[in-house]
Design a protein around this ligand. Structure first.
Ligand code: FRU
Length: 912
């Protein structure tokens, strides 16, 4: 990480090195039309390649001073940082160069000077020295005796002026040397070829020509050659350039006797310019040395220049390579920059992520701590809640069990009282009044106990809604009837105002009964004498609801009580508490259970109106297809109003007196009470514990069993399960009778196999009615089995214990059809039971004895076999185990009222 960062910083360092300062350099060139000037430019470019930051621009004046002035002016206008000038002519160019210099722009004079000293630096040969060297060399060549012709450079150009002056000075030291003629050239060959022939003709004494450059010297040679003077006249030039037409080659080719080296100085000019621009020390006068190149050193010079040229080429090649590498480097550098940037980005991101991770970890740790704390607190709360729940549950269980306990003694009080009031014809009026008082108060107690148990059921969510569709108007009217008498007694007018004579509604009879009953009880309780209670029923089709309201002219509900009247056990602030504080809370719970609403309005001193709003429809889960339990009858019982003497419930002839009922009840008083109640109608057997009950049941195979749930050791539920699991007793209807009325317990009972579940306190008449119903159902079932067997024994599906028994029994009989000696004993043994038990079971299930059953099967089979013409009647009789054909015929005729031969004649087509 540290190393990477270091590398990155290094890269960043290299990346941020200051870029070289860019410069603009303008070069005003007098001409570019010759090799010397091109060599100068090549030298400049070679040197400039080391300074890529320099923007270099050259303007070619084409030997035109006016044009050159304009060029320089343009450079000034463009704002160049440095000016290089090679003046076409000294004088015309001087003012503009001075202006540039005065403006502070550095000026480098290259080769051709101005007339002024106002310039920054000079680079070039010393033309005075060039002239002098030429004079001296010419003198030594001609052994100080000769006539010389001078070909001058362009007029006004400083090299031409200085070379001439130097040449004259050089010759002056040799008296034998004479400058006899001059040709005014313009640095170019054609001007010499034009002018020289005439001058040579005029001066035949000339034996040496000094031309100011090699090009003009070549022209002179060509003229001499043309005039046949080339062998006599020696020619000296200036420049000494390498290359095919260069001075060195001309010397080697003996065209020229010598040339004076005059370097173009391009590299030096740029080097000097860069020193000036970069504020480095520089020389103002940078004189390039000259030398004579003649036959003595031309080879060396050539080799040197060629070597230089090849080195130059090498350098250029290397430079190209370098350029390519530089380009590669640049592109790689770009890639590197990108990589570095990416790395830097990644690093920054890494640092950010790392920090985020750290922060996150801190937060997570903190949150984990808080979570732990919350968990601990939650656990504590849960533990407290659980403890509270357990405690509340224990209290409620006690409360509920206690209520259950109350039911049994209440039942035992109610039973005899009921009995006395119904049958005690010899009671005096006072006794009847007292007994009525006992019954009313017992009912009042029972009502309270029931309300407590309902409260518990709602509380644990175990009160189901079993709605049926009915006319709610008739239903409410029936309940109101109950209040008619007490209302009349107190001079209260009880009005019923249904909006329509019949209003259909899905409702649970038991639930709505309790609600309306409660509201009416309350109204009656709080309405003073000669007051008024109005019950109205209103269908609300738009809302899909029905509204039932109970309005009274009582004292109303005080402000303080309003918020609390639906609370459980709320007794109210107003002086006398008239109720248990459960009625309204229970009603509210029941209405809500029924998906409805219970509301009220009240004006103290004037009265209250309680309104129940119920949905017309209820979800399928709340609908029941079974007929409702007659709640009204129970409600009347609870109210203490006796069932009418002539009601169908009260009186029922004891036609089942032969049926045997087994009562299993551990409470001796309840046991005796039950036996007493049932005895007028049935034969009664009793047991006080489950084991005895089971034993008696198996022994006597009773027609019906009434069993308590809460039995010691073997519970009632276990008794039912065992009875239903044993084929001997499985057909016996069992009624579970208990104080436990929670729906889930009832379900438990039914699941165990009970045929009916009745809760204490039971109305003896209601119990009797139910026992009769069960017995008649059993008869119907018996008929069903018999019919099934008589048609085709194979259709008996062994689905239940009873069906299995019948199926086994039939199989044994069918396997022994031909056995005339098959006895009941044999069949009982095959089924693993006793003869008596088999008889009772068969009798209970089919209504016939075992022998009759065997006979029935034989005779049914006989009908099938008689249709077979191959068999005669005696064959059929013997095959089916009849002792003789006559016994068979008598039995067949007794059952089917037709003899076997008549049966056969009727059912078979006589053969022709
Ligand atoms: C090139 C040239 C050279 C000469 C120089 C003098 O243009 O004519 O031959 O030496 O200029 O400025």
């Amino acid at each position: 990480m540290g190393q990477a960062l270091g590398l990155l910083l290094l890269l960043a360092g290299s990346c941020t090195a200051p870029a070289p300062k860019p410069y603009r350099v303008g070069f005003s060139q007098c001409t570019t039309g010759d090799a010397w000037r091109q060599a100068m430019l090549a030298g400049m470019k070679k040197e400039l390649s080391f300074y890529p930051q320099v923007h270099f621009q050259m303007k070619d004046a084409h030997d035109n001073s006016a044009l050159q002035q304009r060029h320089i002016q343009e450079f000034l206008n463009e704002g160049v940082d440095l000016l290089i000038v090679s003046a076409n002519q000294a004088e015309p160019i001087t003012p503009i160069v001075e202006e540039a210099f005065n403006r502070g722009i550095p000026v480098v004079i290259l080769d051709r000077r101005t007339t002024s000293k106002l310039y920054t630096a000079y680079v070039g040969g010393n033309n005075l020295e060039v002239g002098q060297t030429a004079g001296n060399y010419a003198s030594s060549l001609l052994h100080q005796q000769g006539n010389v012709l001078e070909v001058l450079g362009a007029a006004g150009a400083s090299p031409a002026v200085d070379r001439h002056r130097g040449f004259v000075q050089g010759l002056a030291t040799y008296p034998g040397m004479h400058l006899v003629a001059q040709v005014q050239g313009d640095w170019k060959r054609p001007s010499v070829i034009r002018a020289l022939p005439a001058v040579l003709r005029a001066h035949p004494e000339v034996n040496l020509i000094f031309a100011h450059n090699d090009r003009m010297a070549l022209g002179a040679y060509q003229v001499c050659k043309q005039l046949g003077l080339d062998r006599r006249i020696r020619i000296i030039g200036v420049d000494g350039l390498a290359g095919p037409q260069g001075g060195i080659q001309l010397v080697q080719d003996k065209v020229l006797t010598a040339t004076l080296l005059y370097p173009p100085g391009g590299e030096e000019a740029i080097r000097t310019a860069m020193k000036i621009l970069q504020k480095q020390p520089y020389e103002k006068e940078n004189i390039l040395s000259t030398m004579v190149i003649d036959s003595t050193n031309v080879l060396t010079m050539k080799m040197q220049t060629e070597k230089l040229a090849s080195q130059q080429q090498d350098i250029q090649r290397q430079q190209r390579v370098l350029q390519a590498q530089l380009a590669t480097y640049t592109s790689q550098q770009i890639v590197l920059y990108i990589l570095a940037a990416a790395l830097l980005g990644a690093l920054v991101l890494g640092v950010v992520l790392w920090r985020a991770f750290q922060v996150n970890r801190r937060i997570t740790r903190k949150l984990a701590g808080q979570n732990e704390e919350i968990r601990t607190q939650r656990n504590q709360i849960q533990a407290l809640a659980e403890q509270a729940r357990v405690e509340t549950e224990a209290k409620l269980r006690f409360f509920t069990n206690f209520s259950h306990e109350l039911r049994t003694p209440l039942t035992l009080i109610m039973g005899p009282v009921e009995e006395l009031l119904t049958n005690g014809a010899d009671l005096s009026a006072a006794q009847r009044h007292d007994l009525g008082l006992v019954r009313r108060n017992t009912q009042r107690l029972l009502q309270l106990v029931n309300q407590l148990l309902d409260f518990r059921k709602i509380d644990v969510g175990k009160m189901p809604v079993r709605a049926t569709e009915g006319n709610v108007v008739a239903f409410v009217r029936d309940i109101m009837d109950v209040f008619e008498k007490p209302a009349r007694q107190r001079g209260i007018s009880l009005r019923f105002l249904p909006a329509e004579p019949s209003i259909r509604l899905w409702f649970d009879v038991n639930i709505l009964d309790k609600v309306i009953f409660n509201l009416l009880s309350n109204a009656l309780k709080f309405t003073p004498e000669r007051g008024q209670i109005t019950v109205s029923i209103q269908p609300l089709p738009a809302e899909g609801q029905v509204r039932i309201s109970v309005e009274d002219t009582g004292r109303g509900i005080s402000e303080q009580d309003r918020a609390h009247i639906f609370e459980w056990f709320y007794q109210g602030q107003q002086g006398v508490a008239k109720g248990s504080g459960m009625g309204l809370a229970l009603s509210m719970g029941l209405v809500r259970l029924h998906q409805g609403e219970l509301t009220f309005t009240s004006t103290p001193g004037q009265g209250s109106t309680f309104t129940v709003t119920l949905p017309q429809e209820l979800p399928a889960s709340m609908r029941s297809t079974e007929a409702p339990v007659p709640a009204l009858a129970l409600a009347e019982e609870e109210l203490g109003l006796s069932v009418a003497e002539d009601s169908p419930i009260a009186r029922r002839p004891g036609k089942d007196s032969k049926a045997l009922v087994l009562v299993i009840e551990d409470n001796l008083e309840v046991n005796a009470f039950l036996a007493q109640k049932l005895r007028p109608h049935f034969q009664v057997q009793t047991a006080t514990d489950g084991a005895t009950g089971l034993r008696l049941a198996a022994d006597t195979i009773p027609d019906l069993i009434v069993c308590d749930v809460m039995l010691p050791e073997i519970t009632g539920l276990e008794v039912v399960a065992q009875l239903k699991g044993d084929w001997r007793t499985s057909h016996i209807p069992v009624v579970l009778l208990t104080a436990r009325s929670a729906p889930e317990q009832q379900v438990e009972g039914v699941q165990a196999g009970a045929d009916l579940y009745l809760t204490k306190p039971f109305n003896p008449t209601f119990l009797l009615e139910n026992l009769r119903t069960l017995l008649s159902n059993r008869d119907r079932q018996r008929e069903h089995f018999r019919r099934e067997l008589s048609v085709d024994t194979a259709t008996v599906a062994p689905q239940r214990v009873d069906q299995k028994f019948l199926s086994d029994l039939t199989a044994i009989v069918e396997a022994n059809l031909g056995n005339a000696k098959l006895s009941v004993e044999d069949v009982a043994r095959s089924l693993g039971t006793s003869r008596v038990q088999l008889y009772r079971k068969t009798k209970a299930l089919l209504g016939t004895g075992v022998t009759d059953f065997i006979q029935d099967i034989r005779l049914t089979k006989a009908r099938q076999q008689l249709l077979n013409p191959e068999l005669n009647i005696a064959d059929v009789a013997y095959q089916l185990g009849f002792a003789s054909p006559s016994y068979f015929s008598a039995s067949f005729k007794a059952k089917y009222r037709i003899s076997p031969s008549e049966f056969r004649a009727l059912h078979t087509t006589p053969s022709v």
